[in-house]
Structure formats: structure tokens, C-alpha cells
Ligand binder design. Structure first.
Ligand code: MIG
Length: 632
């Protein structure tokens, strides 16, 4: 059962393609009130209730005991003290009682933070749709929710291959080095990423010709070699005379404005930029068609970045800060003035005042950015996704985004942004997978090995052993950090063993993915979905069910040769390593299982089988017909 409750005049987010008729708000099932223009409602939590949802968000699968915010944020420190990440996925489930708040501004979810037995949800506005979804089990509620929001994006098959990225492979030689490094180590690879430096001065839809001479031929050469190059696209368009994308955008009035109708100007990688008003259909069509500059050269995959949008500073904000500093010149600063000045400069990025000074045009009228903040990035990605589908058909172009809102799951995947090379971030990734799946995002994954800071060999191997199962399997790392490509470490054959397992599993993973998309199911489920009466399974946050057959339990600590694992029923434990397979039947209960650094742990339910093909260097070379079965 789905009921739609509408208050006020909701802004169209396109999260729900076909809205059911709204029912009388008087029958809204939760105690609620409107206070200072915010809609607040409360859920009473019983001791053993589990609260699921919020998609890409910090902390656990069970969201109880913390306060979260839906507010797309460019924050590279994904610590457990945070309340938001890059996405706003407003789906929550108390056991099997689901709710989706279709509202593009901020929502605060206090889930037993202030009061242990209460979830208080504050919608910062009074114009929204809330969908209440009631089914008997969490999986059925998810299925019903997903049928409301529409089928999930399916990428091309090659996007299930292993992908290598870094900020940055600055030029063609660097890219060649990566491809040769993988070849020499005999490690499979399908994609190499181009971060912002492939562009000319960070201008979208340009190529730095010195760094990448004869780019078009190079792309085709790589394709012939089975390698896809995947360029990044940033949300901001560089302000530069003679740069056609900027000039067109300015002349057509396509950039976001300030209150006095001028183009809002912010500083990001390219310097000063205009932010396309992706909320307007004509702007989406214009920007989407720009990707053709790259698809015409044979590019067939993209990642959209900085679309929360991230703003390092606004021209106005920086000017105000400089004026303040100038006014203090010659004065002897007391501590409070000193800290005030310091905070002014430290706080220049992603400032609430700046967001509040931006205006979009909706239905010809200016609308403040804060009212629609959470659909900005999703709209950018939709611009691209809609163009690709029209120009090339479904399942042709790889597309994923950093910022997202439910609805974008129909045209793209997501990655979980700038994590760290921390052991705890293996688990953070694991915990986001089922939550993202609930919200329709099936094609997703984290930066394997961790983005920020230096990774160790064992961390990369263990992270990859989880990444073997994530639809997006990409190793990515930040500027200035230790080289993190698999072949850079001692004994690269251990990495080959792990990545080969991924290729062996692609027939299974791809069909599981398609099935999940077709039937509105999750690829990854919390154990509590499948074993609702099993206390240990209900509390488990370090293992996941995968498809109908498997359970995964990655090693997530350093200097250990295995881990404790809980089997909610009899299963067979497989250690997959290259073409080698060890198996061991285990009974229901807790076990310590060994897993070497070059082994992928996988559990199969009793009597269930999955296919494994022979490994290959590229997905295109995989033989889906000749597989061997492993059986639990
Ligand atoms: O401010 O393009 O999340 O993956 O490597 C950093 C450079 C901008 C953030 C992305 C990251 C990417 C980086 N970008």
C-alpha cells in the first residue's frame, strides 16, 4: 500500500514519475505539526525496531542513535561525527514501514539522538509530498517504493570490469603507464579515468591538446585495445571570454543568478565559474548535448563531479572577507577578532550564505537555491543521462555522479565520494551498499583503497576484495597521495588473484544486477532482511546478503589473517583466488574463517550454485557460455 500526502505546493523533483492521487492529510499516520514554516513529525521507536534507509549517509545500516541531514555536501572527511554526505536520499523505513519525503530542501532526521525512543523528522518547509509505504516485510516495502520511483539505471556490461583512476593522470604518457603497468602485471582492466587535468584549464568539454595530442585517435586506439577512457565533468563552467560554452550560457541566461539578476559567480577548479541552472529543462538539454563533444570522439563513459554544488568561494564572499581583513589592518587584534577573521577565511567554502544568494528559474520565477539545493546535482546528471538515452539508447553510456537525489537512479549510478585510506571505510562502504540499493541506486561503489591519504598494500587488497562485489569497482586516489595502482605494490600477483575473481564473477554479478533492476530488488541486503527472527543476524553490520545465493563478509582490519563471521544458516565458505578455489562447509553459528590477502571470501547457501567463468584481461573477452558452477 502506498499513500501520498501532499502539503502546500511541492516543487517538482521528478523523483516519482507517476504520482498516485493524494489522500486527505488528516489521515497522516504520525503525530505532526508545522512550526516556523517547518513540518515536524515523530515516529515512536520500540526497543527492537530497526530503522533503515537514507541511502548514501554516514554511520550504520541501522540508522538509530544519530542525527542526519539531507543536504548534499562536499565534505571529504567521512567521519562518524558527520550528518550528511554528497546525496539526499529521503527514504526511511522503521522495520517494514517505509516513508519517502519528496522535498528538495533540507531535512533533519533525529533518529533517537535527542530521545532514544523517538525519531523526529524536520522538513524545512511546508511544501512537499510524503509517501507512506506499508508492506509486511522490509524487502517488500523496498520493492513497492522502488516501483513508485521507477527502474534503476543499467550501465553497459564493460562497466562491470575493473577500473583505475587517479587525480590525475596528467597526460597521455601517464595513462599509457597505467595501461602498461596493468598489462605487465597481467591484471585485468577495462577503464582508465581522466580527472580534471585532461581539460584545457579545467574547462568542461575541452581537451588539453599538449597533454593529450590527437585525443580522438588516442581514444579509438585505446578502445581497440579494450580500454575505455572515462573523463570527468564538473558542474561549474569557467568564465572566460571566447570559451563557447560559457559565452552561450551567459548569452542565453542559463546560469544561476543572484537576487539582483546578475550571474552568480563562484570559484572552483577553473577559477571563476557560472553554474548552469540545471533545474530548467532547456538548460539540461543544452548542457546534455555538450557531452557530444566527447562522445563524438569515441568516449562512452563519464563521471559528474562537484555538483552539490561545491563552491570554494563566492566572488562576493571573498570580497567581503578581504574587505574585513583590510579594515583590520594596523589594528591590534584581540583574540575574538583574530578568531573571527580566521573563521571568515576558513569558512569561505560551501557557505550557507552563498547558497542562499543563488537563484534558479522555475516556471519563469526566481526560486532561492536553498529551496532546491538537493536536486541540483541530480539535475546535472539527468541532463547527461537524458541526452545519452535519446542519442544512443539505453545501457550504452556509463554515467555516475557525486551528488544525487532519488530519481537520478533512473539515469545514472553514484560513487561515494572522497573517502579515506582508512580501514573503517571498508565498513562504511559495505554499510552504504544496501542503503543505496533501497533508494534505487544499484550502480555504486566507493573509491577502492581510499581516496585521501596514503594507502597500504594490505588495505588496498582488502578494500578490493569487497570491491569485487560492488557494481562499480574502481581504485581511485587523490593528488599527492602514494601511488595506489595495483601494479605499484610488491607481489602484484596477489592483486591479480583478487581482480581475476571479479572477472570470473561477472556473469553472476551482471545477471544479479539486471534482475535487481528489473524486479525492483536490492543486490545487497542487510542480514536482518533475510533472517528477521535471528538476533545476531539483525544486529550484523559487517556482512551482507548478496543476491539469492550468497553472503559476503570482507576482512576489514589490519594485520589479521581472517575474521569472525556469523552464519545464520548452514553455508559453504569459499576462498576464491585467481583460478584457485578452496571450500569448506560450515554450520550455522559463529566461526573464525581464514582469508589470505589474495583471497576473496564468499559464502554460498546450502544447495545454491553460482557460475564462474574463466578470467580474462577485458570484459569483452569473457566467455559467458563456458562457466563452471560452484555449489554451497
Ligand atoms: O575538489 O577532480 O570527488 O574524485 O578526484 C576535489 C578532483 C575535486 C573531487 C572528487 C574526486 C576528484 C577530485 N574532485
Amino acid at each position: 500500500m502506498i499513500q501520498r500526502f501532499t502539503m502546500g505546493q511541492p516543487i517538482e523533483t521528478e523523483a516519482v514519475p507517476q504520482k498516485p492521487a493524494a489522500v486527505d492529510f488528516a489521515s497522516f499516520p504520525y503525530p505532526c505539526r508545522v512550526e516556523n514554516g517547518c513540518f515536524i513529525f515523530t515516529l515512536t521507536l520500540e526497543k527492537d525496531d530497526i530503522v533503515y534507509g537514507l541511502g548514501e549517509a554516514p554511520r550504520g545500516i541501522n540508522k538509530r542513535g544519530w542525527i542526519y541531514q539531507s543536504y548534499c555536501s562536499d565534505d571529504p572527511f567521512h567521519t562518524e561525527t558527520k550528518q550528511s554526505l554528497y546525496a539526499a536520499h529521503n527514504f526511511l523505513m522503521q522495520n517494514s514501514d517505509g516513508l519517502f519525503i519528496d522535498f528538495p530542501a533540507r531535512i533533519v532526521w533525529d533518529i533517537g539522538y535527542t530521545k532514544t525512543d523517538t525519531a523526529e523528522i524536520r522538513v524545512e518547509g511546508a511544501d512537499f509530498d510524503i509517501y507512506v509505504i506499508r508492506q509486511d516485510t522490509p524487502a517488500e516495502t523496498v520493492r513497492e517504493f522502488r516501483s513508485l520511483i521507477g527502474k534503476s539505471y543499467i550501465p553497459p556490461l564493460w562497466a562491470f570490469g575493473f577500473q583505475q583512476s587517479r587525480w590525475s593522470y596528467h597526460n597521455r604518457d601517464a595513462v599509457e603507464g597505467v595501461i602498461q603497468g596493468y598489462e605487465a602485471a597481467d591484471i585485468p582492466l577495462d577503464c582508465v579515468y581522466l580527472d580534471i587535468d585532461y581539460m584545457e584549464r579545467y574547462k568542461d568539454f575541452t581537451i588539453n591538446k599538449e597533454a593529450f595530442p590527437d585525443f580522438e585517435n588516442y581514444v579509438r586506439e585505446k578502445r581497440a585495445q579494450g580500454i575505455h577512457l572515462i573523463p570527468i565533468i564538473d558542474a561549474g563552467v569557467k568564465k572566460e571570454d571566447g570559451y563557447s560554452v560559457y559565452e552561450e550560457g551567459r548569452e542565453k541566461g542559463y546560469f544561476c543568478k543572484t537576487a539582483d539578476g546578475k550571474d552568480f559567480e563562484g570559484g572552483v577548479w577553473p577559477g571563476i565559474v557560472g553554474f548552469p541552472d540545471f533545474l530548467r529543462k532547456e538548460v539540461r538539454e543544452w548542457f546534455g548535448a555538450k557531452y557530444r563533444f566527447l562522445t563524438d570522439m569515441g568516449i562512452d563513459g563519464f563521471w559528474n563531479d562537484m555538483n552539490e554544488p561545491a563552491i570554494f568561494y563566492s566572488v562576493q564572499g571573498l570580497q567581503n572577507a578581504l574587505d574585513k581583513a583590510a579594515s583590520l589592518k594596523g589594528e591590534s587584534l584581540d583574540l575574538s577578532k583574530f578568531f573571527n577573521l580566521k573563521d571568515t577565511f576558513m569558512g569561505l567554502s560551501n557557505r550557507q550564505e552563498d547558497y542562499a544568494s543563488i537563484y534558479h528559474l522555475i516556471g519563469g520565477k526566481p526560486v532561492n537555491h536553498q529551496k532546491v539545493h538537493n536536486i541540483y546535482g541530480a539535475s546535472m546528471t539527468k541532463a547527461a543521462g537524458e541526452y545519452f538515452e535519446k542519442a544512443f539508447g539505453k545501457e550504452k553510456i556509463l554515467m555516475f555522479s557525486r551528488a544525487s537525489y532519488i530519481g537520478a537512479h533512473r539515469s545514472s549510478g553514484i560513487w561515494f565520494g572522497d573517502n579515506h585510506s582508512w580501514w573503517s571505510h571498508i565498513l562504511l562502504c559495505l554499510r552504504m551498499l544496501p542503503s543505496a540499493n533501497m533508494c534505487g541506486f544499484l550502480y555504486c561503489g566507493a573509491d577502492l583503497g581510499g581516496f585521501n591519504e596514503n594507502a597500504t598494500r594490505d588495505l588496498v587488497l582488502r578494500f578490493l576484495a569487497l570491491g569485487v562485489f560492488t557494481p562499480l569497482m574502481r581504485n581511485h586516489s587523490a593528488l599527492g597521495t602514494r601511488d595506489q595502482e595495483c601494479y605499484r605494490f610488491e607481489n602484484p600477483e596477489d592483486f591479480r588473484d583478487i581482480v581475476q575473481v571479479r572477472y570470473r564473477l561477472i556473469p553472476y554479478l551482471y545477471s544479479t544486477f539486471r534482475r535487481a533492476s528489473d524486479n525492483n530488488e536490492m543486490i545487497f541486503r542487510p542480514l536482518s532482511f533475510d533472517y528477521p527472527d535471528d538476533k545476531i543476524a539483525r544486529e550484523c553490520e559487517t556482512q551482507l546478503m548478496l543476491g539469492d545465493e550468497c553472503m559476503i563478509a570482507p576482512v576489514y582490519e589490519q594485520n589479521v589473517g581472517g575474521r569472525y563471521v556469523y552464519l545464520p544458516e548452514d553455508m559453504t565458505y569459499f576462498r576464491l583466488s585467481g583460478e584457485r578455489i578452496k571450500s569448506q562447509p560450515l554450520g550455522k553459528g559463529v566461526h573464525y574463517v581464514d582469508a589470505a590477502l589474495n583471497e576473496v571470501p564468499l559464502f554460498l547457501k546450502k544447495g545454491r550454485s553460482i557460475p564462474l567463468c574463466k578470467p580474462a584481461l577485458r570484459t569483452a573477452e569473457l566467455d559467458f557460455e563456458n562457466t563452471e558452477m560452484i555449489t554451497g
